[in-house]
Ligand binder design. Structure first.
Ligand code: GLU
Length: 420
């Protein structure tokens, strides 16, 4: 029974089903389809790490390079206790579509290490980060495969990884990784880029749906980098009222609206958003079904399923998380007229500014924050409208439309390279 359930929500199977649907809509060449259904290359590594108590612990790590038809592969590294090779495969596939949809000259990849960073010291995390790079260094490089942060990894971890790669290369190689601290070749505007990009698509979606954002209520699931900045920018840039947020420990609700910055400080002090003063406790499940205008899933995969999709009352679902909605739930939301901004469109701001970071690293010349914001807005707005146009042209939902735009470009690159 348990195994069945796992299979049902295997993220890679979800990614393959989404691609199969796209292949049907596009009448995709079967050879192209077969190549795009599986990763081009994957590396599995065992990482022996000295723990603070003197013992050695072996961690399992992965790096999956999904497709590089359009350029070097790109994608984050996740540190998570529930990481699996299939999650990494799915995320690498989605990175391929994400980079293509944003028209970045990049392919898709993803990395992951099975570990629980919340239970590790900074010194242990540093040793693990360096061990991971030692194990995969031949596989990556500034013009080959460029990692970045993802769930539970951050600029400090990117700095350790860049340093380890540079030591192996015998010279500084800032361009091997993005999402670095600004002082080490990071880009201005990378910190909040995932959420800021999502906010651009939300602004466009609200115009399309006739929603006045200044009167709109928002619920955000997840309060990491994407969730916190999503809440903060929805309020500060768009004027929305944030009525609920959550993290892995639970959620909070306030009819009057929350101050995202105060909630962030509370979480930094106590380890969670829960028990924030003058709020009602709610579960992560309750949050998704709240009577709000905009729902922002910003945590993990498969949280909107056929079970709760019929109860979703939001008019717009802006997917800052990767893979939050199952294909069954997608059908239900579409039938119910919910406007979904699909993950690899909505959360593409992160990799877009990562690409800007790569460009600046190659140039050795850095842009100011305003320039990054303007360029990001142009990229996100163009991508949103290309998806909206395709959804109208083919009469398909926004996710299918995003697939159509992204897969067509990768397929064309493969054809021109005579891979098929
Ligand atoms: N991990 C982020 C994502 O899923 C960013 C990837 C990157 O910057 O390369 O899009």
């Amino acid at each position: 029974m348990e195994v069945k359930q796992m299979t049902k929500f295997n993220p890679f199977e979800v990614a393959q089903r989404q691609l199969d649907e796209c292949a049907r809509i596009l009448n995709l060449d079967p050879d192209v389809h077969a190549i795009l259904r599986v990763p081009m290359r994957e590396l599995h590594v065992s990482l022996p790490v000295r723990m603070d108590d003197g013992s050695i612990k072996i961690f399992q790590g992965f790096r999956v390079q999904y497709n590089d038809a359009r350029g070097p592969t790109k994608g984050g590294i996740r540190f998570h206790p529930d990481e699996t090779i299939d999650t990494v495969r799915a995320l690498a596939a989605w990175m391929t579509w994400k980079c293509s949809l944003l028209d970045l000259p990049l392919g898709g990849a993803k990395g992951g290490v099975i570990c629980n960073p919340k239970e590790m010291s900074q010194a242990e995390l540093e040793r693990l980060s360096r061990a991971y790079i030692q194990a995969i260094h031949q596989f990556i490089g500034p013009d080959k495969d460029i990692p970045a942060p993802d769930v539970y990894t951050n600029p400090q971890i990117m700095a350790w990884m860049m340093d380890e790669y540079s030591k192996i290369a015998g010279k500084n190689q800032f361009g091997v990784i993005t999402g670095k601290p600004i002082i080490l070749g990071g880009s201005a505007g990378r910190g909040d880029a995932t959420a800021r990009g999502g906010i651009c698509t939300l602004r466009e979606a609200a115009k399309e749906c006739g929603i006045d954002l200044k009167k709109a209520t928002v619920a955000v699931q997840g309060y990491g980098n994407a969730g916190y900045y999503g809440a903060y920018l929805a309020k500060s840039l768009l004027g929305c009222k944030i009525v609920a947020v959550s993290d892995s420990k639970g959620g909070i609700f306030s009819k009057e609206g929350l101050d995202p910055e105060a909630v962030r400080k509370h979480k930094a002090k106590t380890g969670s958003v829960i028990n924030f003063p003058n709020t009602k406790a709610i579960s992560n499940g309750d949050l998704l079904e709240l009577e709000v205008d905009i729902l922002i899933p910003a945590a993990l995969e498969n949280v909107i399923t056929e079970k709760n999709a019929p109860n979703i009352k939001a008019k717009i679902v802006a997917e800052l998380a990767n893979g939050p909605t199952t294909p069954e739930a997608d059908d239900i939301l579409y039938k119910n007229g919910v406007h979904v901004i699909p993950d690899f469109l909505c959360n593409a701001g992160g990799v877009t500014v990562s690409y800007f970071e790569m460009v600046q690293n190659f140039y050795m010349y850095f842009w100011d924050e305003k320039e990054v914001h303007q360029r990001l807005d142009r990229k996100m707005t163009t991508a949103y409208h290309s998806v909206l146009d395709a959804s109208k042209k083919y009469n398909i939902n926004m996710r299918q439309a995003a697939y159509v735009v992204a897969v067509e470009r990768v397929a064309e690159a493969m054809k021109l390279r005579a891979w098929v």
